[in-house]
Write a protein that binds this ligand. Structure first.
Ligand code: GLC
Length: 401
């Protein structure tokens, strides 16, 4: 089996993290398979893939393509769809596509596995003869009018759409019609995301004085995506009584180059000032080792304001044995059982989130119980060996069929 993976980004956001875990798990389960990664940018993804023994091909996306994200398309700020913009990127865009096709032809893969909408489209356009196209769908496409149209038009070239949740699968089915769909929940590295291991000094990182004795540490761990609920989190902390002795942390920093899709940390700091909680909330900035940040927290909050396609942070925090509060809509709702392995709240609901956090802040036994149940669920359901087995089976079926 030869598989070529395509990623536009070289950074490690959720979708790339999952790709890297899939590569690691496939390496282990199928040592004889030849794995290639074509990356559109330098960064930790291609570096770590190389360390795993994956053959890495760097094909830097032209700036015009790299910057053109769906956030712009959705916001109607750009009237260009990907194809015209490829042409608009002129000879560079077309040349890039030709080079992608040439690399793929040289590899001669059985399967071309694409990550992210841009690569679903570009991979479909550059697919070499004899290769099967697999879209690994990490986000909802239905709300993105232009991207939906593109994928719909190219769906005939796709042999399998791996969807990270049932919720994403429904969306893909509605947009793309009869593409063969497989729901494969994400997985995490259970050794890295484990209750035992080093914990970060969050106060030092955030430049805050040490939290008072007995403080309960509650953190939103997320990329800086505009819908990850940073403002909701800050407003929630502002609602809590000082006596609850909660110290909040916003863990994360900007990573994606797509303009307009990330919140500005400066603005969030100003909001914290306005809300009068600047001394109760720390901003750690980007952390390379999220597990160590989670281990330093008593409660990990997921506060997305829109239905979350999956919510990797929920699985990671469970694997670290933390008490989790999740914004339960979309795929995220498939991951939690309210009161059993996490607390679930409706997206954007500050009052409900404040209620859940106060409850956990005042009840160490509940935190411990949810944390233990979370770890057990992660071991049972989010092991990356399961991910590799499911994806491997799909490749085999395609190669044989
Ligand atoms: C995307 C989704 C997120 C998911 C991640 C990994 O970033 O928005 O919900 O956890 O991919 O699949």
């Amino acid at each position: 089996m030869k598989a070529a993976f395509l990623s536009a980004s070289g950074e490690l956001g959720g979708a790339e993290r999952v790709l890297l875990d899939l590569l690691a798990a496939l390496r282990q389960a199928e040592p004889a398979w030849e794995l290639h990664l074509v990356a559109g940018a330098e960064g930790p993804l291609p570096r770590e893939a190389e360390r795993l023994g994956v053959a890495v091909h760097l094909l830097t996306l032209p700036a015009a393509l790299a910057r053109l994200g769906d956030a712009q398309l959705a916001a109607g700020r750009s009237r260009l769809s990907l194809l015209p913009s490829l042409v608009a990127a002129g000879p560079t865009g077309v040349l890039w596509l030709r080079r992608l096709h040439a690399i793929l032809r040289r590899i001669g893969p059985d399967v071309v596995h694409t990550n992210g909408f841009k690569m679903h489209v570009l991979g479909a356009l550059a697919l070499p003869a004899g290769a099967r196209l697999v879209w690994h769908v990490h986000d909802y496409v239905g709300s993105r009018a232009l991207m939906s149209r593109m994928l719909c038009r190219l769906a005939g070239r796709c042999s399998a759409a791996i969807c990270i949740s049932r919720s994403v699968a429904e969306d893909v089915r509605a947009v793309c019609g009869p593409v063969p769909i497989h729901v494969v929940h994400n997985a995490v590295d259970l050794e890295r995301f484990s209750p035992d291991g080093p914990a970060l000094a969050l106060d030092d990182l955030a430049g805050l004085p040490a939290a008072p004795e007995g403080a309960v540490r509650v953190g939103l761990v997320a990329t800086m995506g505009v819908w990850k609920g940073h403002a909701v989190f800050l407003r929630t902390i502002a609602q809590l009584e000082e006596a609850a002795r909660v110290r909040g942390y916003i863990v994360g920093g900007a990573i994606y180059s797509t303009r307009g899709s990330e919140v500005d940390v400066g603005e969030l700091r100003r909001l914290a000032e306005e809300l009068g909680i600047a001394d109760r909330v720390g901003f750690t900035g980007f952390v390379a080792e999220p597990a160590a940040a989670m281990r330093a927290l008593d409660v990990v909050v997921h506060a997305s304001t829109q239905p979350e396609p999956f919510g990797l942070v929920i699985a990671e925090a469970m694997a670290c044995g933390r008490a989790v509060v999740a914004s339960a809509a979309g795929g995220a709702a498939e991951l939690v059982r309210d009161g059993v392995d996490a607390l679930a709240v409706p997206p954007g609901d500050v009052v409900a989130l404040a209620g859940a956090i106060s409850r956990l802040a005042g009840d160490a036994a509940l935190r411990a119980r949810l944390g233990e149940a979370g770890r057990e669920k992660a071991v049972r359901e989010f092991d990356r060996a399961r991910l590799a087995a499911q994806v491997g089976r799909i490749y085999r079926e395609l190669a044989e069929g």
